[in-house]
Design a protein around this ligand. Structure first.
Ligand SMILES: Cc1ncc(COP(=O)(O)O)c(C=O)c1O
Length: 393
């Protein structure tokens, strides 16, 4: 059977690929230390699980509205207002099966074929593929390690054309851990006004900020831009609910309605039981504070250890749960594999450590380490990497 051009144009997710390989090796009895998974290693809080069990017991197991249950849409709207002053009516909130479909449906709702979507690079693996699948054209916007991967308006401005439809913003950022400053975001908001494009603001790592960094919710901090903003978020990271598949989009009513119509035909309502679980997370005000404090400890440790390795330079991430070291110097040393992809392969095969190569994020010469892994395992993984490098140089 012939696979369609559009399906063939997709690059499979390297992060999922690496994680799958690590799992497979584990099943074969190999002791793998994995820094590959982009998900919390903490269990979903009890209060959330209990709400799901109760939903099952009560027979809350049928279709819901394709936009999600009204109680959850209200709770999301209430939380956005309480946390950030972002004002949305429940009708402007659509519950989706995770952050991924929220973004895809938003792109489908807003882009014409050939429209350009600006994507800051390095970029989370699914952005470019989703933009392509939506029939639009991804336009990379460079960000630099020496600038802390800040998305500078001065780098965005020259890339705007009459076909520019949207700019994807992701702060705190995967994979770099950058948290965009208020000043940079204000500049981007102003550009979007002048040049009339949409801001797709993926704020999935909103709760994970360190060293006093502040997360700025775009529609909360710049309410005047609200008509040009689609806010994307998910329960996955903040509430350790990756497998439950609940996310949301908040957008002006017409956009929310279009997203709902797309979802209604494509996947239908998100899981009814998981919606009740997500509602409990918000109503009970589950606090990810302890989880974030533990990420912070690991973050400091991993950055110090990475910087002690030859040829590796790692800036201090201020958000999310990733370290993103530059290994170009190491790759230039005699005897060392020449690309981040080949080096990751070497680490997996010889040291049994899984990391994601920068190529996955359009950033060759870098590696992504998720520190959503217990500290003793991080220690063990870095010891192994140190030995594997010492064997080469
Ligand atoms: C930046 C970013 N956005 C969106 C998602 C999607 O999350 P989910 O679909 O699990 O809610 C992820 C997951 O890794 C992510 O890192």
């Amino acid at each position: 059977m012939q696979i369609s051009t559009s399906a063939r144009s997709i690059t499979p997710s390297m992060t999922i690929g690496m994680d799958d390989r690590a799992r497979r090796l584990r099943r074969q009895g190999v002791d793998i230390v994995s820094f590959a998974a982009g998900e919390p290693d903490f269990d979903t809080p009890e209060v959330i699980k209990r709400a799901a069990a109760k939903a099952i017991q009560e027979g809350f197991t049928k279709y819901t509205s394709p936009a999600g249950i009204i109680e959850l849409r209200q709770a999301v709207a209430a939380r956005l207002e309480a946390a950030y002053g972002a004002r949305y009516a429940p009708e402007e909130v659509v519950i989706t099966a995770g952050g991924k479909p929220a973004l895809y449906f938003a792109l489908r709702a807003l882009c014409e074929p050939g429209d350009e979507v600006l994507v800051p690079i390095p970029a989370w693996v699914s952005y470019i593929e989703q933009v392509k699948l939506a029939g639009a054209r991804p336009v990379p916007v460079p960000t630099e390690a020496r600038e802390g991967f800040e998305l500078l308006p001065s780098r965005v401005a020259p890339l705007i054309t009459p076909r520019t439809r949207a700019l994807l913003i992701n702060s705190p950022h995967n994979p770099t851990g950058a948290v965009y400053s208020r000043e940079a975001l204000a500049g981007l908001v102003e550009l979007s006004r002048q040049r009339e494009f949409i801001l797709l603001s993926d704020e999935i790592y909103e709760s994970m900020v360190y060293d006093g960094a502040k997360h700025h919710c775009v529609p909360g901090a710049w309410p005047e831009a609200r008509d040009r903003v689609v806010l994307l978020n998910s329960m996955s990271k903040t509430y350790a609910m990756t497998g439950w598949r609940i996310g949301y989009a908040a957008a002006p009513a017409a956009v929310a309605a279009a997203i709902t119509d797309l979802q209604g035909h494509l996947s239908g309502n998100p899981n009814s039981i998981a919606q009740r679980a997500a509602l409990a997370a918000l109503e009970e005000r589950v606090d990810p504070g302890e989880m974030v404090a533990e990420y912070d400890r690991r973050r400091r440790y991993i950055v110090t250890r990475l910087n002690a390795l030859p040829g590796i330079r790692c800036g201090t991430p201020r958000g999310a749960f990733y370290a993103f070291p530059d290994i170009t110097e190491l790759l230039g040393l005699p005897g060392v594999p020449k690309t981040a992809a080949a080096f990751s392969e070497y680490l997996l095969e010889t040291a049994h450590v899984a990391v994601v190569p920068g190529e996955a994020f359009e950033a060759p010469g870098f590696l992504r380490f998720s520190y959503a892994t217990a500290l003793p395992r991080i220690e063990e993984g870095l010891d192994r990497i140190a030995r594997a490098i010492a064997d080469l140089v």
